[in-house]
Each structure stands twice: as structure tokens, then as C-alpha cells.
Design a protein around this ligand. Structure first.
Ligand code: TYD
Length: 198
């Protein structure tokens, strides 16, 4: 694969979209994408069309959306394009483990995705206190979804930090201003030899 694959993870309101744009600018253009996708499964997950389903079903649907998305990402990387993805496999482990709430499911959430994902060149975890991130989301005037509840997001944050240890995520303090966050991330990229494509 010739292009580089960069993933940004973090709780709702942590500034993933802003950072993705900054990175794309810095590397002189990259394909920005996100999950859940705009595909049939992703759209249905977003709209709540599946209704109140068991956490395992939800996890499998997010993973199926990702499996299809991964094929598209691979094609882009093969053609030399850099891809920056807002959420990837870590979102399912962090959010759905927060819904399940026990360690056995954590292993399953990782293993059931193992054949349908690729390893990113870099995963950035934008870490911040959910109280602060919820403040940001509220100030954008967005409706509070069931995902955006404080206690839940605390569990998600914990899971993300645990995952960061296991999967070598680069943890960046997202409570700082967007410019400072972007600067830190660009330094990390430089350190990893992730330079702008020619
Ligand atoms: P997203 O559109 O990224 O929300 P936001 O822009 O507010 O961060 O994702 C929608 C919600 O879906 C978000 O609360 C996280 C959740 N989600 C999961 O629970 N599991 C997953 O695998 C993914 C990709 C998202």
C-alpha cells in the first residue's frame, strides 16, 4: 500500500473533525472519511433505524460497516492516496465495551474484527474529560444522543486509554486549543516519518 492510513479516535466533541482537516492540509491533501459511514449500514446505525438492539448486534453492525469501508480505504491507499479516518476499530471496542461492561466482551470486540480491518500507520487518541467535551457538543447546539451521556462517556474514555496501551495509540490532550493539538500531532507524524506525499 502506497498511501498512509491515519485514524483519529476520541469521545464525542473531542475535535476529531477539526484535526482531520488540519492534517489533510498539512500533508497537502488527503481523503477524509469517517465511521459510521454513509453506506446502508452506517446510515441505519446513525438514524437509529435498528431500534433498541442488543449490544452484540450493534457491535457487529458497526464492524460490518467498517469491513465494507476497509475495502474502499485499501483501494485508495493502493492508488497512493493518504486516508484520514474519523473513528475506526477502536470506536467499536471503546463504545460497545462501555455498553457491555465486562472484560470477556472486550476480547471478543477485538477478535471479531481481526479479519476485516487493516492496521493504521498511526492512530491518534484525542483524550479529554467527557464533561468538557459534552460542553463543546452542547455549545454546538447538537441534540444529545444516547451516546452522549456523561457516565457512558467516562467508560468510553477509560476503554480508549486502555486500548491506547495495547494498540500503541498516540494519546494527545484534546483540551488544548485546536492549533496546539494539531501542532502536537504533526510533530508525532514527523517523528514517525509520516511526511507529506510528493
Ligand atoms: P460520530 O458521527 O463520529 O459522532 P460524533 O461526530 O458526535 O463524534 O459517531 C456517532 C456515534 O456512534 C458516536 O457517538 C460514537 C458511536 N460509535 C459507536 O458506538 N461504535 C462505533 O464503532 C462507531 C464507529 C461509532
Amino acid at each position: 500500500m502506497k498511501g498512509k492510513f491515519i485514524v483519529i479516535e476520541g469521545i464525542d466533541g473531542s475535535g476529531k473533525t477539526t484535526l482531520a482537516r488540519r492534517i489533510a492540509e498539512a500533508v497537502g491533501g488527503a481523503e477524509l472519511t469517517f465511521e459510521p459511514t454513509r453506506g446502508a449500514i452506517g446510515q441505519a446505525l446513525r438514524s437509529g433505524a435498528y431500534g433498541d438492539i442488543p449490544p452484540a448486534a450493534e457491535a457487529l453492525l458497526f464492524a460490518a460497516d467498517r469491513a465494507i469501508h476497509t475495502e474502499e480505504i485499501k483501494k485508495k491507499l493502493d492508488s497512493g492516496v493518504w486516508v484520514i479516518c474519523d473513528r475506526y476499530l477502536g470506536s467499536t471496542v471503546a463504545y460497545q465495551s462501555a455498553s457491555f461492561g465486562d472484560a470477556a466482551d472486550w476480547d471478543w470486540l477485538l477478535s471479531m474484527q481481526s479479519k476485516s480491518v487493516i492496521t493504521p500507520d498511526l492512530t491518534i487518541l484525542l483524550d479529554m474529560d467527557p464533561e468538557a467535551s459534552l460542553g463543546r457538543v452542547n455549545s454546538r447546539g447538537e441534540e444529545l444522543s444516547r451516546f452522549e451521556k456523561l457516565d457512558f462517556l467516562r467508560k468510553v474514555r477509560e476503554a480508549y486509554l486502555r486500548l491506547a496501551d495495547i494498540l500503541d495509540y498516540e494519546v494527545v490532550d484534546a483540551s488544548e486549543p485546536p492549533d496546539a493539538v494539531a501542532e502536537k500531532v504533526l510533530k508525532i507524524m514527523e517523528g514517525k516519518g509520516l511526511h507529506a506525499p510528493q
